[in-house]
Design a protein around this ligand. Structure first.
Ligand code: ADP
Ligand code: MG
Length: 301
């Protein structure tokens, strides 16, 4: 079992236009923990910094400051060489994340071999079929030789999930795993993730802009707005009793079909008027400073 602790994470990007350079703070002092058997939902509209956090967690990006600690049950840090095996990601776009030239079998066999999970060809093949069955891609023998374009979007995302779990991953980062799929098949893929999470006692970070699925599939919700955590707590508490104006906006609003990842609201809300300097923490039952690493409580006066 593996746990992840993110403390005071900051990520700045430098934007250049001509000679001018500006700094964009994509992630601003974010702290959160992922523990075995629990799902944390990271919720926010597009541009709020969710994918940047996912990329730092999977070591595709380096943080500007702050720490990511990944530890085994006994508290020992996961060695660098094992990091990629332990922490795996499922991406938003199942079309882009699979190689069109390789079979489904190849996609799942590769991580098994790289991470030394199999002893022989037959062993590899048996494990590939077993993984396909686990993600309900059956009959596995028929799916294994196919290429990605021969599968539906939902099937492809199941392949991506099987590939992520094949090396024995204990931490799964799912970055909007169903937002590009047909609405009718989203629930099936999310239910699959839920089942695998329970079976393997995975620590899951479920990234989404959809509060409804966040509530259904997670134990805890962390609301991100312009790089900062503005509300956090047990899922039911955040949904049933939202405190921050931004969470209220997300809760009231419906997804905007014109702009994926954005929401519209009956009331014309000026987002710029919503501030992100404070965070309501349902665990502590109080307001805190949003960019202070969830330490300082805001004085009551
Ligand atoms: N490689 C990059 N270079 C510059 N800016 C970036 C880069 N990646 C992300 N950003 C910016 O960081 C902010 C957060 O982006 P992102 O983490 O992708 O948000 P989300 O996943 O919530 O939509 C956005 O303003 C985005 O434009
Ligand atoms: Mg994103």
């Amino acid at each position: 079992m593996t746990s992840v602790k993110i403390t005071d994470l900051v990520k700045d990007y430098t934007l250049r236009s001509g000679l001018k350079r500006t700094r964009l703070r994509a992630v601003d002092h974010v702290s959160l923990e992922l523990t075995p058997g629990r799902t944390v939902a990271l919720v926010g509209e597009s541009g709020s910094g969710k994918s940047t956090i996912a990329k730092i967690l999977t070591r595709m990006e380096r943080p500007t400051s702050g720490t990511v600690e990944v530890r085994l049950d006994d508290g020992t840090p996961v060695p660098n060489g094992h990091y990629r095996r332990e922490v795996q990601m499922v991406f938003q776009d199942p079309f882009a994340s699979l190689n069109p030239f390789h079979s489904i079998e190849h996609h799942i066999a590769r991580p098994l071999k790289i991470h030394g999970r199999t002893q022989s060809q037959e062993d590899t093949r048996a494990r590939v079929l077993e993984m396909l069955e686990r993600v309900n891609l059956t009959p596995a023998e028929a799916i294994a030789p196919r290429r990605p374009h021969e599968l539906s979007g939902g099937q492809r995302q199941r392949v991506a999930i099987a590939r992520a779990l094949a090396p024995g991953a204990q931490v799964l980062i799912a970055d909007e795993p169903v937002s590009m799929l047909d609405v009718s098949i989203r629930l099936g893929v999310l239910n699959l993730l839920g089942r695998l999470q329970r079976e393997d006692q995975l620590a899951v970070l479920y990234i989404t802009h959809d509060l409804a699925t966040a509530r259904h599939f997670s134990d805890e919700i962390v609301v991100l707005y312009r790089g900062r955590v503005v509300e956090r707590g047990p899922s039911d508490a955040v949904i049933l009793d939202p405190h921050h104006d931004y969470t209220k906006l997300l809760a009231l609003a419906a997804p905007d079909p014109e702009r994926p990842g954005r929401v519209t609201s009956e009331a014309a809300v000026d987002r710029k008027a919503i501030d992100n300097s404070t965070c309501y923490d349902h665990f502590a039952g109080e307001w805190r400073e949003a960019a202070a690493g969830a330490k300082a409580a805001v004085s009551a006066d």
